[in-house]
Each structure stands twice: as C-alpha cells, then as structure tokens.
Design a protein around this ligand. Structure first.
Ligand code: OOG
Ligand code: NI
Length: 471
C-alpha cells in the first residue's frame, strides 16, 4: 500500500484514512461545540510553552517519534446501543487501521456499559497518528424494568446508524484490502455522518423521561438517531497548566484531575474535562414537537505517560484504591490531590527506578554515534550496564489506552454524579466479544511486544552474535 497518488486505483494506507477521519471529526466537533476549539487553542499554547522551556524533553520526544504526532493527537468517545452496531463499528474502524484493545467494565462504577478502545497497534501507525475512540456498548440487561428494557431494545432495533455509502465502502475495503484515495475521501465523508449530533430525538418526551429516569446514559444512547461523538480530547504535555488555564478562558473545568498525581515522570494517563453542555433538543410524538434539553457532550484533555507493566499497574491500582477508599471518599474532598500525592510516594519517580524495578515498558535503542565494546549476551545485566554507560537509550513507551476508574469519573462528572451505585451484573467480556465479533487485544501484550522488538533490533545492531540471545 502506498500514499502515492500516481494511480487512481492505488490503495492509500490505513494511516492516511485515519488521519483524514480524525481531522474531519475534529472540524465537525469544533463547529458543533465551540468550546472544544477554545480548549484546542489552550492546549496548543501550553504544549508550545512546555517544549520551549524544556529543550531536553523536546529532544527526547523528537527522538522517540512523539513530537510529530502531538498536535494530531486526540481521542473521542461514542456509546452504542446494540451488538449489531458494535460489530459494524469494528469493521468501520478496521478500514482506518484501528483495532479493539482492552475490555473495560464500567458497571462496577454504576455506568451500565462495557467498552473497548479502537486504536492503531503498530509502532509506525501509532507514531503517524494514534487516534483512538473509546467505544461503549449499552448493557440493556442491566435495566431492571422489563417493560422499559423491551421498549428500549425495540427503539434501538429500528435505527440504522451507518449510511449505505459507508457500508458499501467498508465492504469494498474488506474485499480489495483497502481504499483508493477517492474512496477514502468518500468513506470519511460518509463515516463522519454516523457521529454527527442530531437535535431531534427519535422518541417522544415521555419516553425520554422514562429512559432518563432509569439512567441518564440510557436516554443518551436510545433517544437519538446515532452515536454522536460525545467528546474529543487533545493531548497536553502539562495537564496542570491546562487545568488552571481553563477558567481563565471561560471554561468550567471538572474539579479533580483523574488518574495519578503530578509527577516528574508521568505514568499512564491523567485526564480532566469541562462540564457537558445543556443542549436544546426537540421531541417528536403524536402531540407534535416538544422542546427539551439534553446533556451529553463535553470536552476533555489528557496527559499521557509511560505504559506500566502488570506489576506497575498493580501498584498503581493499589495506591489509587487506598486513596479513594479512605473514608469511602472516592475522589471527593479538598485534600484529594494531597492524599494522592502522598500515597504515590511509594511509586518510584525516576525512569531509571521504574525500569530497574520492572514497573514500566521501554523502547531501547543505540545512542547516535555510540559503538560500545560488547560481547553479549544481551541479558538484563548487560542492558543495565549499557544504559548506565549511556550507550543505550531507554525511552518510556507511551500509554495508549484508558483507565477504568478514570473513565468512570469522566462518565460520572457528566451524568450529574447522581448514579453512583454499582450494578449487580459484573464484567461480561465474553458477551462483549461475541457482539464485537472478535476478541479484544491485550494491551500489556502489545507493550511487551513493542519493547521486545526494540530489544531485538538493538541486539542486531550490537552484533550478529547477540541477536540470538535477547534478554
Ligand atoms: C466515555 C468516558 C471515558 C475516557 O477518556 O476515559 C473516556 C464516555 O463518556 O462515553 O472517554
Ligand atoms: Ni475521554
């Protein structure tokens, strides 16, 4: 596959289609939610300040192929109603090289959905454009009221969220192994239609109210023509600066930043958002059109840090639970940030310690111009020595995924925070994968493979004798 426009029948890369799509989504959302544009401006300014103030960081990011993708980088979120919708959504994202990674059960946090993230998975694709979409599937089986459950299912069954043009091009891509330039552009125009906001509800006001009373999220998924994108999130290099900058630009920020505290070496993912907008909608029905409002769409910012190993993640989960469970306070309380910082003192805050203790994933490479005397094998001790000598660089691998506790916090902050109780039903990964028509990739395995690939390359560069003995 190639990006070259030389022939009209040549296929363009999936990365190219994804970039076209993420731009089109961003343009559409900026038009629909002007505060998103304001937020993008703020993030751009903060990122420029951080890079200007820290040339070493700028150099590290450039070497790790992180710099170029920074301004392109964002994620979005959608909520689907049926298994069929999820199945087709997987095929739609596959056209753009996005695959389902991870399973998130949000029912434990009182949100009746389970989710995955569609995202690119290869090193090259990620460095070109890591656009991801957090995709949730409503779990109607968690609605207690049987009649309402049946009604919601019937409403969802009647809708068709994909345009005929999008469906045809998904099939085309599946049979031809990709799309031509012209098809890709048409595909993006058609695909974006699915995620557009519709001010017209498909239900009458009374039905909306019943769905809303069962759970605000159920009303959001069931009452509309399609799964409107509910936020788009740019990536910042300093979320604390964005958090303080938001009110200055007239944006009402959520009080607590989700995820780990401020650290010298950022881990995983920190996120904050601005409150969902109350938007006018019109209900249909026998009585004629009725005006109402709906709250769903918001803005969010994220800062990404190093991907953690299972061991590192377990430590993160333990420390976070400790803070949140103190007096059952969750993330409430003025001292939350201070308690978080205190608890995370037990998480080493230097890349060197994180690496030695096996808490995070790294990408290893030979430093430019280095030619260390080396006689293999490239085991852990040899690697430590080469890193200590400075001949080998260990760059943190960026966390590309999401965090269930944070996601629940983001959901809740936009649901008015009223629905806190956990649902009885627990994780249902098998049902999710059956609906998806595929299994979700294991995020830890993906990071592990990325690290292993870098070690294999390094071993090959150090000398052929070593390439047979990778640590
Ligand atoms: C998704 C919320 C989760 C994140 O960044 O964790 C999310 C939603 O509200 O649909 O986007
Ligand atoms: Ni998000």
């Amino acid at each position: 596959m190639t990006d070259s426009p030389s022939s009209a029948s040549a296929l363009v890369s999936r990365d190219h289609v994804r970039t076209l799509f993420s731009r089109a989504m961003s343009d559409m959302y900026r038009e629909e939610v002007p505060q998103y544009g304001t937020l993008m401006g703020l993030v751009r300014d903060v990122n420029a300040d951080v890079l200007a103030a820290d040339p070493a960081l700028a150099a590290d990011l450039a070497r790790a192929d992180e710099l170029e993708r920074l301004d392109l980088e964002r994620h979005g979120a959608i909520r689907l109603g049926t298994a069929q919708e999820l199945f087709t959504m997987r095929r739609l994202f596959a056209v753009m090289g996005m695959e389902p990674v991870g399973y998130y059960d949000l029912s434990v946090a009182g949100v009746p959905v389970h989710s995955t993230a569609f995202r690119p998975v290869t090193d090259t694709a990620l460095s070109r454009n890591p656009f991801r979409v957090f995709t949730s599937l409503l779990r109607l089986e968690l609605i207690e009221d049987e009649e309402l459950r049946a009604e919601a299912a019937a409403i969802l069954k009647r809708r068709a969220i994909f345009t005929p043009g999008a469906l045809a091009l998904i099939e085309r891509s599946e049979t031809a192994g990709g799309l031509t330039r012209e098809e890709a552009e048409r595909f993006v125009r058609e695909a974006v239609e699915t995620f557009r906001w519709h001010g017209e509800a498909t239900v009458d006001a009374a039905t909306y109210k019943r769905l809303h009373d069962a759970h605000r999220l159920i009303a959001d998924v069931v009452s509309f023509k399609g799964p409107h994108i509910n936020h788009l999130t740019p990536r910042t290099l300093d979320i604390d600066a964005v958090q303080t900058g938001m009110p200055e630009r007239g944006i009402a920020a959520k009080t607590v930043v989700e995820g780990p505290p401020t650290r010298a070496c950022p881990i995983l993912l920190r996120q904050t958002s601005f409150k969902a907008l109350e938007e006018p909608i019109r209900f249909g029905g026998a009585a004629g059109a009725v005006e109402g409002t709906h709250t769903a769409r918001f803005g969010e910012i994220e800062q990404r840090g190093i991907a953690l190993t299972r061991k590192g993640r377990a430590l993160y989960d333990t420390l976070l639970a400790e803070v949140r469970e103190t007096g059952g306070a969750g993330s409430e309380g003025a001292d939350y940030a201070a308690r978080l910082t205190e608890a995370f003192r037990r998480f080493p805050d230097s890349y060197d310690e994180i690496r030695r203790q096996g808490l995070g994933f790294f990408r290893y490479s030979l430093r430019e111009g280095a030619s260390p005397a080396f006689n293999g094998p490239l085991d852990a001790a040899a690697l430590d020595r080469l890193v200590a000598e400075g001949a080998v660089v260990a760059d943190p691998i960026v966390y590309e995924d999401f965090l269930p506790v944070s996601a629940a916090g983001i959901f809740q902050s936009n649901l008015g925070g009223a629905e806190q109780r956990a649902y009885e039903g627990h994780a249902s990964r098998d049902a999710f994968e059956a609906a998806l028509g595929a299994s979700v990739a294991d995020e830890f395995a993906l990071y592990q493979q990325a690290e292993a690939r870098s070690l294999a390359d390094l071993a090959a560069r150090l000398g052929p004798a070593q390439s047979r003995a990778v640590a």
